[in-house]
Design a protein. Structure first.
Length: 246
């Protein structure tokens, strides 16, 4: 179990503005409410438990989580949200995958296509870029003196994880999507909390854009993030600020 990841300066990356946190909490809240429609008890609804873990990793307050669960029986009870995945190319041949949650497919697909087009990209068909990614469960735990490499390796093996990537400040545990809930629960039951906890599309390789392309690409990412229907954004671009921010 070994490898390399990009979780450097994780604490700095989590220090988002209040406005950005509000946007993230709103999106995760909708995800919680939709998951809770299948049952409001996370002990019997593993999907809900997974989303709650994602929310806690994003530092979403417990009150927000509870309110989102309650929405499933209230204002969202008659709203049918659909999970849709869109793929496309950004500037410079970059690959982008978007997870969306929407009650209006026509609006969402129109918005997605418009954003791709506006920033030098194009929307693709299903499978057009997803072959460049692996679908993985990702659990990130802060590295501490009390939690050494051997202990994490042993925990991960016992839990059924596939890989552990060791960084200076974190451990990244990777699982098959089907094993994510079980591995997450195994670590939680032993008192561990997560910096990140979600199933993600992880690129096999990353590409480098030039300075002008990066400006356009980041504007496209911002536009996607500002769209309420888009839950998750995955891409294969090396973003320098992920490594250089202090």
């Amino acid at each position: 179990m070994s490898g390399h990841s990009k979780w450097a300066n994780i604490k700095n990356k989590k220090a988002k503005t209040d406005a950005a946190k509000g946007k993230i909490f709103t999106k995760i809240g909708r995800e919680i409410a939709v998951a809770a429609k299948a049952g409001t008890d996370p002990s019997t609804n593993s999907k809900l438990a997974d989303v709650i873990a994602k929310a806690k990793a994003a530092n979403m307050p417990n009150d927000n989580i509870k309110r989102s669960i309650m929405k499933a029986a209230g204002e969202l009870s008659n709203v049918n949200y659909e999970t849709l995945v869109y793929e496309g190319y950004g500037i410079g041949g970059s690959a982008v995958i978007l997870n969306t949650l929407t009650e209006n497919k026509n609006r969402t697909v129109g918005d997605v296509r418009h954003i791709f087009d506006k920033y030098g990209g194009s929307m693709g068909t299903t499978g057009s870029v997803s072959f460049m990614f692996n679908n993985l469960g990702i659990l990130v735990i802060e590295r501490t003196v009390e939690l050494d490499e051997d202990a994490v390796m042993e925990l991960a093996l016992d839990a059924g994880a596939d890989d552990v990537i060791i960084e200076d400040d974190v451990y990244e545990i990777r699982t098959a999507p089907s094993a994510f809930s079980a591995v997450r629960t195994y670590f939680e039951e032993r008192g561990h909390s997560f910096i990140e906890a979600s199933i993600q599309m992880v690129p096999n390789d990353k590409i480098t854009l030039n300075a002008d392309q990066l400006v356009s690409f980041n504007k496209m990412l911002d536009a996607f993030e500002d769209n309420d229907d888009i839950q998750d954004i995955y891409h294969n671009v090396e973003l320098p600020e992920e490594e250089d921010d202090e």
